[in-house]
Design a protein around this ligand. Structure first.
Ligand code: G3P
Ligand code: MG
Length: 244
């Protein structure tokens, strides 16, 4: 069961460049207990903390992430697009991110994005690393929009908790969630309906909503029984009767 209600989305991504070590540290500094980050593969199999299939939006370069490798990511400035204060912030490997999050004592929702890669290429090296380095399985939930990524986790590291990630929850959600023995359903707050929350909770699942950047957007959702939200603005929830 998740022990907080507010998950800092891509780090504290409203105040620091998303999916960077700086965004994770700032989330911790501002009291966030859990953080969500994304994991994607570079061309040489290096797994990085990154959201997109390209580096265009969040760096000073361009091109698909598959054009980059462990060496060439070091030349990217992944902070100036956000603000001068973060100039030359580096793209972090997923290993660096995981170690920092654990050192800060935070919970981690690790989201795998496969894009053109296989589950084995993206997920296997990260599971190996987590199996060696991650200490508290209660503070880790792996999620993905890609069923293949979750199948791979289920088959190879069943002791790590899994969350199904949906935009709109499909009719066959129960079958999909049972097939990977999920503990949680992560879905877009806009499409979520009360009856779905009731059914999910009745079936024993936790329900997390993304990406909620104004507290009033989910006033009803809390009453329906959702467990947590992802937000770029945890600071806007400080006055809510919730613990961050
Ligand atoms: O994991 C919740 C949320 O991050 C899913 O969407 O596109 O922000 O990774 P996205
Ligand atoms: Mg994500």
């Amino acid at each position: 069961m998740i022990t907080c209600k507010i998950i800092a989305h891509r780090g504290l991504s409203s105040l620091a460049p998303e999916n960077t070590l700086a965004a994770i540290s700032l989330a911790a500094k501002n009291g966030a207990k859990w953080v969500e980050i994304d994991a994607v593969a570079c061309g040489d199999g290096t797994i990085v903390m990154w959201h997109d299939n390209s580096v265009d939006r969040c760096s000073d370069s361009s091109g698909p992430i598959s054009n980059f490798n462990a060496q060439s990511i070091k030349s990217l400035d992944c902070g100036s697009w956000f603000s001068k204060e973060y100039a030359n912030e580096k793209m972090a490997t997923i290993e660096q991110a995981i170690l920092l999050i654990q050192e800060l004592g935070m919970g981690l929702n690790l989201e795998f994005k496969l894009y053109q890669c296989t589950a084995k290429e993206v997920v296997a090296p990260v599971l190996d690393f987590l199996n060696t380095h991650w200490k508290d399985t209660d503070k880790l939930i792996i999620s993905s929009f890609d069923q293949a990524a979750l199948d791979y986790c289920h088959q190879n590291s069943p002791h790590f908790k899994r969350g199904m990630l949906y935009d709109k929850i499909p009719d066959n959600w129960l079958q999909q969630m049972q097939s990977i023995e999920a503990v949680s359903c992560h879905c877009h707050y806009l499409h979520l309906q009360q009856a779905q929350v009731v059914a999910l909770k009745k079936a024993g699942y936790e329900v997390y909503c993304y990406t909620v950047n104004q507290p009033e957007l989910v006033t009803e959702h809390w009453n329906w029984g959702i467990d947590a939200i992802f937000t770029d603005y945890p600071q806007r929830f400080e006055k809510q009767p919730l613990h961050i």
